[in-house]
Ligand binder design. Structure first.
Ligand code: MRU
Length: 362
């Protein structure tokens, strides 16, 4: 996707040296387009932990490249296992992280240390390229959900939560991919963008992405969605996900569950865009089995934004002695999900629906 006319992926190899890893620092967006150069596995782990990169598919791809950087320093089996475990511990909820590392290790374990670096870069590039292809396919399979509402003179209103656009993947995004495609095909699509406290990925990143692409959008407070649905102002909800269980439960950014409840009460379709790299076939009951990341209380007690003087600044928004809690994700039970949009097509959020599209998972 493009920023100011320049095409970007959200992770790529440095064109000059061919081995260091470039990312957009998402903690600086939308105020500054700051490109970072990662040269060590520690820097890659920090980028994931501090959310310089975030979004389930992207942290998987950056972890894969992080392992490449680790192997450049030490390609012995012991170091590889240690560094992969360190990368895997950076964020617990999005399954793409462990999925990418497991895929890398499965390829790298059987080969001699001397051959590992080249093979690792090849596999990381495949993970990144496949993510782009999966997201593009999700766009195609989700497009019909939007065109179903499109009529001459009628705007289609989609509500989304957090950022599941190209910044959260390698390119295109998951939930936003059908929206970009609809927009590019001339459909009058408008997006209600949940601000997504505490880190405001919607207000900062989704609004930035949609604006850069020329998609009509309106940022709303997280609490506004239910009201908009009650008044017929939302045709459908499309969100991304960090982990989907084999029966279709959906972990996503905190607050997603409340949107699904409001959508059900108002008979608004609630769709989840999910590449197969985000499906955890080993887990059934999402509420009990998916680990929910607990992040720093300061993400709740503070807000960062641009002051009227143009300077980016952080302010405290709670009394200084009030404690805060910060569960970063929640689980929407499958019964509240209208359906899943995968790279192989759409299906019900059920074990049978998923098995129908992925029969090899039995
Ligand atoms: O904490 P984040 O910003 O990494 O959380 C991101 C989300 O919850 C996204 O909705 C999810 O990863 C899907 S990204 C295509």
């Amino acid at each position: 996707m493009k920023i100011d006319g320049t095409p970007y992926r959200s992770v790529w190899l440095d064109e000059q040296d061919g081995w260091s890893v470039r990312i957009l620092d998402q903690t600086k967006l939308p105020w500054t387009v700051d490109i970072l150069r990662l040269t060590t596995v520690a820097a890659a782990a920090h980028a994931i932990r501090s959310m310089q990169v975030r979004g389930a598919p992207l942290i998987g791809a950056v972890a894969a490249y992080g392992l490449c950087l680790a192997l450049r320093a030490d390609a012995s089996p012991e170091a590889m296992e240690r560094d992969a475990a360190m990368l895997g511990a950076t964020r617990p909820t999005a399954v793409n992280l462990q999925w990418a590392l497991d895929r890398m290790l499965a390829v790298l374990r059987p080969v001699a240390s001397a051959d590992r670096v080249a093979l690792a870069y090849r596999e990381a590039a495949a993970i990144a390229d496949e993510d782009v292809a999966m997201c593009a396919a999700i766009g195609r399979h989700g497009l019909g959900l939007i065109t179903d509402f499109a009529q001459p003179g009628r705007r289609v209103n989609v509500l989304t939560h957090c950022n599941a656009g190209w910044l959260a993947t390698v390119d295109w995004g998951t939930a936003l991919a059908p929206i970009y495609l609809a927009h590019d095909q001339g459909i009058d699509v408008h997006v209600w963008v949940d601000e997504t406290r505490p880190r405001n990925q919607g207000a900062l990143l989704t609004a930035f992405e949609l604006g850069s692409h020329g998609v009509q959008h309106t940022v709303i407070a997280d609490n506004a969605g239910g009201h908009l649905m009650q008044h017929g102002m939302v045709d459908l909800v499309i969100v991304g996900t960090d982990r989907v269980t084999r029966i279709g439960d959906v972990a996503n950014k905190i607050g997603t569950y409340l949107k699904a409840l409001a959508a059900r009460d108002n008979m608004v379709p609630f769709w989840v865009a999910v590449p197969s790299s985000t499906i955890d076939w080993s887990v059934s009951d999402g509420v009990r089995e998916i680990p929910i990341e607990e992040r720093a209380a300061t993400e709740v007690t503070t807000l960062t934004g641009r002051g009227m003087d143009g300077a980016v600044t952080t302010i405290r928004v709670t009394p200084s002695d009030s404690p805060a809690a910060n569960p970063a994700f929640d689980v929407t039970p499958a019964r509240l999900v209208t359906g899943l949009i995968t790279e192989r097509g759409r299906c019900a959020a059920t074990a049978e629906g998923l098995r129908g599209l992925f029969p090899e998972r039995g």
